[in-house]
Design a protein around this ligand. Structure first.
Ligand SMILES: NC(=O)c1ccc[n+]([C@@H]2O[C@H](COP(=O)([O-])OP(=O)(O)OC[C@H]3O[C@@H](n4cnc5c(N)ncnc54)[C@H](OP(=O)(O)O)[C@@H]3O)[C@@H](O)[C@H]2O)c1
Length: 215
């Protein structure tokens, strides 16, 4: 049984992963988020398994405190300051003596998306991609045992259906469900040697195209 610190715990993928952790593992969770009262009901329902922490990920001291007795940190973050958040998380993990980190990033940070879809992705996402690339580099330049997850365009389909590409390979497909990404995170927590020091693209098979199907 592991203890997982989830940063950005009210995020959409984070909430799906929390439900999978509760339903299919014995793991405990520390849910770290701004305005933590938003998850008060969930924490009360599972008070033996969930600890709620109100915090911003730019607060290194609070992060260090929250990492006590934690086996894995799962960061489900977003925002224009994503590189600053990555630096805070890395600094806090060093100070707390923690090594295992799962970080949700995005497709396109290595210009690995081929063809017309890659061009459309770059021009649609713009500086979002360069910000996320800078954040990923902070992790890759650290000595942490990280997994960077690069999802395709996200859907809310109630399905777990994905394939994985490694860094250095062309990205496949255009879409993937948030639930699939959540399942990948939970699976890594069950076997932390999976995708260790790796940056993985995750997509739904057979969804190649010039754009996601809903555009
Ligand atoms: N949409 C797509 O197609 C797509 C594709 C690939 C990758 N992604 C990326 O995948 C990631 C996860 O997706 P998602 O749908 O779960 O995203 P999401 O629902 O937007 O969750 C991101 C979370 O980050 C939290 N956060 C941001 N700054 C924070 C800070 N300083 N301190 C604490 N928490 C902070 C937000 O908290 P608050 O609730 O407090 O704002 C939010 O809950 C995102 O980075 C997203 O950009 C998206």
């Amino acid at each position: 049984m592991a203890n997982i610190l989830i940063l950005g715990a009210n995020g959409q993928i984070a909430q799906l992963s929390e439900n999978i952790f509760l339903d299919s593992t014995g793991d405990n969770m520390k849910l770290y988020l701004r305005r933590a009262d938003r998850l008060r009901d969930k924490a009360a329902q599972y008070e033996d398994r969930i600890e709620l922490i109100d915090g911003d990920t730019t607060d290194v001291d609070k992060l260090v405190d929250s990492m006590k007795d934690v086996d894995m940190v799962y960061a489900n973050l977003a925002g224009g300051n994503i590189k600053d958040q990555a630096e805070s998380v890395v600094e806090a993990m060093h100070k707390a003596g923690k090594t295992r980190l799962v970080w949700i990033s995005t497709l396109g940070i290595y210009d690995e998306v081929p063809g017309k879809f890659g061009q459309w992705n770059n021009s649609t996402l713009g500086s979002y991609i360069t910000n996320y690339a800078a954040a990923a580099k902070v992790l890759e330049d650290s000595d942490l045992d990280y997994t960077i997850i690069r999802p395709a365009w996200l859907t809310n389909k109630d399905e777990v259906d994905y394939e994985v590409t490694q860094k250095g390979e062309a990205f496949k497909g255009t879409e993937v469900s948030r639930k699939s990404i959540a399942q990948v995170v939970v699976d890594i927590a069950q076997d932390p040697s999976q995708f260790s020091k790796a940056s993985i693209g995750v997509n739904k098979p057979n969804t190649d195209g010039d754009k996601p199907s809903w555009y």
